[in-house]
Design a protein around this ligand. Structure first.
Ligand SMILES: Cc1cc2nc3c(=O)[nH]c(=O)nc-3n(C[C@H](O)[C@H](O)[C@H](O)COP(=O)(O)OP(=O)(O)OC[C@H]3O[C@@H](n4cnc5c(N)ncnc54)[C@H](O)[C@@H]3O)c2cc1C
Length: 372
């Protein structure tokens, strides 16, 4: 039996890497600080929700509220509606269920321990770095990681005094936000609300207040946050295949996955599925004969899959437009475009979800779109 490959970070990317490496016959040891309710909207595609149910037996229905409607709202008070594209999961429940499921595998060992550079003596010579946007990631990757681009997001969770009859995922569009806002109501009147985008910290709080006002005044929610939410960073990289995927520190080769590599979608900053996908591709890159991860193969698979899924030309064009200093689109123009093309856009999302997990190279994985 070969020595286990160590994985730091037992959330989406780390657990996925563990699962797929173990399936290839590679024993793994995961180190995770704690199970926690990560600040996250928790939106996943229906395809991925079905995948978690069918492949891993995860009880998504117990933690999910399917969002029947997506409303694209514009600052000029217009909305465009389309049917739902997402399921919403509690990140706490998802991490807990995934860990319980993986603990049943004989070659996966999960240890609850916070890893520091001082305790890195227990790590294998190739170690998976799936520590997300954390201090540990910064310590390993250093200055370069700091310079990467990120989206800024605010999230608030609480009880909703009134939930409208027809709750929806609100995609709030505002040219200053360069991102979107969301309201997801869960069971027992719990809601999570937030905004995120390529926005400066000094105006994100103001945009958050505007969004809460819109949600209450226009859509019948009664949300009154009693404290100011914290701002969180979601690392995003446009051309991730041009930057390294592994990093040396203390004689260990740390191989990045998920947020560490900035794999979140360049426009909507959804990172759960790309994180899962990167763990899967990491597993695909495992070479049984040398008992090591083939970095060149991993890099190649990442590039290929991201081009097929969340880095399609359409997304690259939109994200480049959003990044332009003087964003040329006025809100009313965006509304007109969305009104004209929303059927086409949502049709494309359903056929080829913006998220990952749809393709493995050129082959379809057999993910079912549509009913949940
Ligand atoms: C406000 C907000 C809203 C978002 N909304 C969405 C959304 O709706 N849909 C979506 O798809 N994505 C969303 N995202 C992005 C998504 O949350 C991330 O892209 C995703 O969680 C990345 O997964 P990961 O496994 O790479 O990292 P993480 O989920 O950050 O996991 C890293 C893990 O490593 C552990 N860890 C860190 N350091 C150590 C250490 N030293 N030792 C041991 N363990 C350690 C942490 O405890 C953590 O469990 C959102 C993000 C934010 C901030």
């Amino acid at each position: 039996m070969p020595q286990p490959i160590t994985i730091i970070g037992g959330n989406i990317a780390g657990l996925s890497a563990a699962y797929y490496l173990a399936r290839k016959g590679c024993p793994v040891t995961i180190y995770e600080s704690r199970i926690w309710d990560k600040p996250c909207g928790g939106a996943i595609s229906i395809e991925y929700a079905n995948y978690l149910i069918n492949e891993l037996g995860i009880d998504i229905h117990s933690m999910n509220r399917f969002i029947p409607t997506v409303r694209f709202c514009f600052t000029n008070n217009h909305t465009v509606e389309t049917d739902g594209l997402f399921a919403i999961v509690s990140r706490f429940d998802l991490q807990q269920q995934l860990i319980r499921r993986l603990e049943r595998e004989s070659n996966i060992n999960i240890i609850f321990k916070h890893i520091t550079l001082k305790t890195s003596g227990s790590l294998s010579s190739q170690t998976v770095l799936a520590t997300g946007f954390s201090g540990f990631t910064r310590q390993i990757i250093g200055k370069e990681w700091h310079q990467r681009e990120y989206a800024l997001a605010l999230k608030y969770t609480g009880l909703c005094r009134a939930v409208p009859q027809n709750p929806g995922h609100l995609m709030f569009f505002d040219s200053r936000l360069k991102g979107y806002g969301w309201v997801f109501c869960g069971n027992n009147s719990l809601f999570n609300v937030g905004i995120g985008g390529l926005i400066e910290k000094k105006i994100i709080y103001q945009k958050f207040d505007e969004f809460i006002k819109l949600v209450n005044d226009r859509f019948g929610y009664d949300i009154r946050p009693n404290s100011s939410p914290d701002a969180w960073k979601i690392p995003i990289m446009l051309n991730n295949w041009e930057t390294p995927v592994s990093f040396y520190k203390n004689g260990i080769e740390f191989i990045g996955a998920g947020d560490v590599l900035g794999l979140a979608h360049p426009v909507i900053a959804a990172g759960i599925e790309p994180a899962w996908q990167s763990g899967w591709l990491l597993g695909e890159s495992y070479d049984r004969t040398t008992h090591s991860i083939n970095i060149a193969k991993y890099r190649h698979l990442l590039k290929k899959n991201l081009q097929l899924t969340s880095r399609k030309p359409f997304d690259i064009i939109i994200s480049n437009m959003l990044r332009m200093k003087c964003f040329p689109f006025k809100d009313h123009m965006s509304y007109a475009l969305m009104k004209l093309f929303h059927k086409k856009i949502t049709g494309q999302i359903k056929k080829y979800p913006w998220f990952a997990m749809v393709h493995d190279g050129n082959k379809k994985t057999g993910f079912k779109t549509g009913a949940f």
